[in-house]
Design a protein around this ligand. Structure first.
Ligand code: ADP
Ligand code: TYD
Length: 208
């Protein structure tokens, strides 16, 4: 087994292909001899998966904006303690579908400007950024159509609609500038295989 101890996250709007790319990258790295943990947020540990149903299902007005930030951060703390940090300590490559940048965008932008609170809570309770963040960028019209075709009960944020998805796309691109050292932007509007070629190249550059 090759040792990697690298924390890689995928970010982007709903339906951009993050889960697909995370899976493909995990298979590729496994085949290359890396020990890989593929995980996701919200979730990724038993406790955090329980919080996932609390935040993604039910009435959209179920939580205040502030409570929602606390719930996503609580889920992340559990995921970090129980899954991510132990795996990195064992030299594994951790691939995570969404992480704190999603909270910066969704909770930080969608119900007023709460980015300051998100960042304060992050430094207090999480204090860890990924080594590499792959932003799968794409046209929200296509992303939303793809996401809607999935038909799950986890629709709270997808129901934000077109304008919000457009705002999220712009927000993610600004975030990529803000954290330019760890972000790489990948054009998600191509076939999964072609997107995966870029994802693999950028990851191997980081692991080298
Ligand atoms: P996300 O995790 O970003 O929401 P998914 O990987 O779940 O996105 O993809 C959403 C849907 O779009 C899935 O049905 C998936 O099979 C499909 N899909 C993923 N990547 C592509 C692509 N590059 N081109 C066309 N369809 C895609
Ligand atoms: P996910 O399962 O990745 O959805 P998708 O595959 O559609 O991209 O995430 C579920 C939803 O949770 C998604 O709409 C974004 C939202 N979310 C937040 O609002 N804040 C967060 O911190 C995270 C991790 C996700």
């Amino acid at each position: 087994m090759k040792l990697g101890a690298t924390f890689i996250t995928f970010e982007g709007i709903d339906g951009s292909g993050k889960s697909t790319q995370a899976r493909m990258l995990a298979s590729k790295l496994l085949a290359d001899g890396y020990d890989v943990v593929l995980t996701r947020e919200p979730g990724g540990s038993p406790g955090a998966e329980e919080i996932r149903s609390l935040v993604l299902e039910g009435d959209p007005d179920r939580w205040s904006a502030e409570t929602e930030i606390l719930l996503f951060t609580a889920a992340r703390r559990d995921h970090l303690e129980r899954t991510i940090l132990p795996a990195l300590a064992q030299g594994k490559v951790v691939i995570c579908d969404r992480f704190a940048d999603s909270t910066r965008m969704y909770q930080g932008l969608s119900r007023g400007d709460l980015r300051g609170i998100v960042d304060q809570l992050h430094s207090l309770m999480i204090g860890r950024e990924p080594d590499l963040t792959l932003l799968i960028d794409m046209d929200p019209t296509i992303g939303l159509t793809r996401a809607k075709a999935r038909q799950t009960s986890e629709e709270r944020f997808e129901d934000f609609g077109q304008a919000m998805q457009e705002q999220m796309r712009k927000g993610f691109l600004l975030l990529a500038d803000e954290f330019a050292d760890r972000f790489r932007v990948v054009d998600g509007g191509r076939t999964p295989e072609v997107v995966a070629e870029d994802v693999t190249r950028l990851t191997l550059e980081k692991l080298a």
